[in-house]
Design a protein around this ligand. Structure first.
Ligand code: 6GU
Length: 229
């Protein structure tokens, strides 16, 4: 699976996607991430990528020509299954969207910055607009990193234990159960005995009950959705 990411701050995307599971996925050839510096397509001596907004108002807007130049240069080489714009006014990211996108081959992500991108770029090129939650970030780069991580880890072979993504919180509309490791007694606090019993079936049932209880208490909204399906 290949991601191309267009940004004015490439540095923000390097580190988050170059360690741990994402780096291993790249090393294994399962994931490719190419970050494109929009400034290379900037206008004039100063490689301008933003400008004042028509109609007045504070904040700069990303100009259409550099974005179109960068996007067109990528489209010459391949087509994309999705052209995603990261923006607070997009569709809120959920596990289901990640599952869906993990089946694609080529995804192009455009990171918004400043007040956002000229709306004509959205109209002409963007097929999906995604927000990672109801709060405002100073740019779409961290959201793009979140997207690549959340999607990339679902590619078969990326996670060590291939089944483990299936047990994630949200994957079946339930939060994950609590987990413990050694020592069994830490500062007088004991690990639930059932986990030491070796009884796989009982442990499975206990984990499910814990998941249900956590979901009811912490996320009644998810619990309601779970009961409907
Ligand atoms: Cl995708 N971008 C920005 N700038 N802020 C956000 C966001 C995206 N998602 C949540 N907040």
């Amino acid at each position: 699976m290949r991601f191309d990411i267009i940004t004015v701050v490439p540095e923000l995307l390097e580190s988050p996607l170059s360690h741990s599971i994402m780096q291993r996925a790249k090393d294994r050839g399962l994931l490719e991430v190419y970050v494109h510096d929009l400034r290379e397509f900037g206008i004039g001596k100063h490689r301008q990528v933003d400008d004042y907004q028509f109609g007045g108002g504070a904040g700069m807007v990303m100009k259409p020509e550099p974005l179109a130049g960068c996007i067109e240069s990528l489209l010459q080489k391949r087509s994309y299954d999705a052209v995603i714009y990261t923006t607070p006014d997009g569709q809120r990211l959920e596990q289901g969207i990640c599952n869906h996108l993990s089946l694609k081959n080529n995804i192009l992500i455009i990171c918004g910055h400043y007040k956002g991108i000229d709306d004509r770029i959205r109209q002409k090129y963007v097929t999906m607009e995604i927000s990672i939650g109801d709060y405002v970030l100073s740019g779409g780069e961290l959201a793009a990193a979140v997207l690549v991580d959340a999607i990339g880890r679902l590619i078969p072979g990326v996670l060590n234990d291939e089944t483990s993504a299936l047990f994630d919180s949200f994957q079946d509309d339930l939060l994950a159960p609590p987990v413990y490791t050694r020592p069994a007694n830490w500062e007088g606090m004991e690990v639930p005995e059932i986990l030491l019993s070796g009884h796989e079936k009982n442990i499975g049932e206990w984990r499910y009950e814990q998941s249900v209880e956590r979901t009811r208490q912490r996320r009644p909204d998810i619990w309601e959705k779970h009961q409907k399906t």
